[in-house]
Design a protein around this ligand. Structure first.
Ligand code: NDP
Length: 469
């Protein structure tokens, strides 16, 4: 009898997923390409190292790999997104038969997923764009899994994906069919966008505590550890505690790390999607642009020398005030993320199950947090405009002074705080029932006859004025 599940791509994620699947008792066929002169038989070599893989078979010839699978084949791709994924699919297609299922677990762009799905469907094959989050450790112990595509295809692979996924606090798998087409990869992309801003906010808090309040990394680790035990707790905050405590020969390892942050593209895609869908996802955008700014490290050194400014007398609030500021900014970030999901859901008619998405993000994934547990309940009762949830409206009211004071003090002290400032501005803009956008509308009408509507009749007829007469 053939193997029940096939996995292509034994890199960082593929290896962990293979071991996770094997630990759940699935019989596996594993494939890794052979690059002549560079690597030996990767799959067989890998299998030899892990007892849980003793029943698995390893291949470097794709035809042999497919022939070892029972029909319909269930094949999980864990290769680099983009050209590599297309190359593997090109090679795989002639070997597949009607009804076989291909899942792409890489970080593909949702439009590519849609295109690949249509291509495979035309040949009677199923394709599931499957977001996977949790990094190497999560892939091994239980990731959050976000499959998108046809419900029929999902039904065929559901037992495998649910078995390897993390568990929420009620013991249910952090895996759910999130919708048709490219929905799975869209949801994963928004996850990563929210992740960018979560990371950036922790970095801004660290900067304020270190440079603004003069604390050492060990002291900041103690502060973050205390936050992590309460409602601010998150996976990312927890790993930041470990990072802050890590020593090098000279002092803290963190101080040896070049401060130019990279990215692999999903933050840019999320920013582009926000712009395309008209969603003000300002925190993820600022977090991405902060990474870009950090890459100008030579210019930053030069600017620091040429524009040195004395910031001695800036007054910060206490640590509790910073904590409140960060927590409010995180709420704004998640609000924006769910707004982005809701906009895509309506544009692409995906009917995204937002409560389920919040639930599967409570464990396994990088943005798992105590806040996500709270949002999981709130999305269900109140929809995607999370800031209007009664509990959150009170939270905004209570924590706004702390966010204002912290952000103003940080900026006055010369500490860039793009995500804190974006959260504050976003809240102020949302709380302004009488914004200056009437002037922008008037300007648009002045130079381009773009028309405007009247305050007294916002959905009424478009108006135009000859402004120069
Ligand atoms: P790795 O670079 O570690 O592994 C990539 C795998 O793809 C390798 O097995 C590689 O084979 C194979 N591959 C690359 N090009 C080709 C090709 N043209 N034909 C066949 N096989 C190919 O990447 P990761 O495991 O980290 O990531 C895999 C995917 O998962 C990516 O899309 C990534 O964005 C996504 N992802 C990664 C996460 C992470 O934390 N690392 C988290 C969630 C998703 P070879 O060894 O021969 O080069």
């Amino acid at each position: 009898m053939g193997k029940s599940f096939g996995l292509i791509g034994l890199g960082v994620m593929g290896k962990s997923l293979a071991r996770n699947l094997a630990r759940h008792g699935f019989d596996l066929a594993l494939f890794n390409r052979h690059v002549p002169g560079q690597e030996e038989d990767v799959a067989r070599d890998f299998i030899r190292h892990f007892p849980e893989l003793s029943q698995a078979s390893g291949f470097e010839v794709l035809r042999d790999f497919v022939q070892d699978l029972e029909r319909p084949c269930k094949i999980f791709l864990m290769v680099n997104a983009g050209a590599a994924t297309d190359a593997v699919i090109d090679e795989l297609l002639p070997l597949l038969q009607t009804g076989d299922v291909v899942m792409d677990g890489g970080n593909a762009h949702y439009a590519d997923t849609q295109r690949r799905m249509e291509r495979l469907q035309a040949q009677g094959l199923h394709f599931l764009g499957t977001g996977v989050s949790g990094g190497e450790a999560g892939a091994l112990s239980g990731p959050a899994v976000m499959p998108g595509g046809s419900a029929d295809a999902y039904a065929l692979v559901r037992p495998f994906l649910e078995a390897i996924a993390a568990r929420d606090k009620d013991g249910n798998p952090c895996c759910a069919h999130v919708g048709a087409g490219g929905a799975g990869h869209f949801v994963k992309m928004v996850h990563n966008g929210v992740e960018y801003a979560e990371m950036q906010l922790i970095a801004e808090a660290y900067h304020i505590l270190r440079r603004g309040m003069g604390m050492s990394p060990d002291e900041i680790a103690d502060v973050f550890a205390a936050w992590n035990a309460g409602p601010e707790g998150s996976y990312l905050l927890g790993i930041s505690v470990d990072i802050l405590r890590k020593k090098s020969l000279q002092g803290w390892l963190l101080d040896d790390i070049h401060d130019a942050a990279s990215n692999k593209g999903t933050g840019g895609w999320a920013t582009a999607a926000a712009a395309e869908l008209g969603v003000p996802a300002t925190l993820l955008t600022e977090a991405l642009f902060s990474r870009f700014t950090s890459s100008f490290w030579k210019e930053r050194h030069e600017m620091t020398q040429k524009t040195d400014e004395n910031h001695e007398n800036m007054v910060f609030g206490d640590v509790a005030s910073l904590q409140a500021a960060c927590q409010l900014a995180r709420l704004v970030n998640h609000h924006q993320g769910f707004q982005l999901l809701a906009a895509a859901s309506s544009r692409y008619a995906w009917d995204l199950p937002l409560t389920e998405i919040a639930r599967i993000w409570t464990n396994g994934c990088i943005i798992r947090s105590a806040l996500m547990e709270q949002l999981r309940k709130q999305v269900g009762s109140h929809g995607s405009f999370l800031l209007l949830h009664p509990e959150n409206a009170v939270f905004v009211q209570q924590h706004l002074p702390a966010l204002t004071q912290t952000t103003c003090a940080a900026l006055a002290a010369g500490l860039a705080s793009p995500c804190l400032a974006a959260a504050l501005s976003h809240l102020h803009a949302l709380r302004d029932a009488d914004s200056p956008m009437n002037l922008v509308q008037a300007q648009r009408d002045y130079f381009g006859a773009h028309t405007y509507r009247l305050k007294t009749d916002p959905t009424g007829p478009a108006q135009h004025t000859n402004w120069e007469r």
